[in-house]
Ligand binder design. Structure first.
Ligand code: GDP
Length: 137
């Protein structure tokens, strides 16, 4: 069993597609082990995406991530990290495979509906960024 971190981004929360996205996880053998709706602060968004701080889109990404509430979740299941990335689709929704979350719910390469950890190691760090052990059930 693996755990991975998922974030429903501000665009998908504003578009009221939280339920439709969660349905994708639950119908594809990913269990919601923890979940909360939060408003990220600028510092939190900068820290979470620190790996991208040299990228030209970093400031835009941070502004987008604090533009409204997000839903953060711990998903659990066999191969949860890779399974979640498959369900999400490519970063750019124009390149995302048909039937993926980004193909169906994302607007652009920036406002792309969902975040998912890209490795088991990052998943552990990202889960600890948002959740205490006792909040994961
Ligand atoms: P992911 O793992 O598929 O989310 O993609 P990355 O780790 O490469 O990028 C992190 C996030 O930065 C993406 O999900 C997008 O929201 C945003 N992003 C990536 N590339 C671009 C870009 O070229 N322009 C802008 N504005 N945002 C981007």
């Amino acid at each position: 069993m693996e755990q991975t971190l998922s974030i429903i981004k501000p665009d998908a929360v504003a578009n009221q597609t939280i339920g439709k996205i969660i349905e994708r996880f639950e119908s594809n053998h990913l269990r919601i082990a923890a979940m909360k709706k939060i408003q990220l602060s600028q510092t939190q968004a900068q820290d979470f995406y620190a790996i991208h701080k040299e990228r030209p889109f970093f400031n835009d990404l941070v502004q987008f991530m604090i533009s409204g509430p997000v839903v953060v979740m711990v998903l659990e299941g066999d191969n949860a990290v890779a399974r979640n990335r498959d369900l999400m689709g490519a970063t750019n929704p124009k390149e995302a495979e048909k039937g993926t979350i980004r193909a169906d719910f994302a607007q652009s390469i920036e406002a792309n509906a969902i975040h998912g950890s890209d490795s088991l190691e990052n998943a552990k760090n990202e889960i600890a960024f948002f959740f205490k052990a006792e909040e994961i059930l």
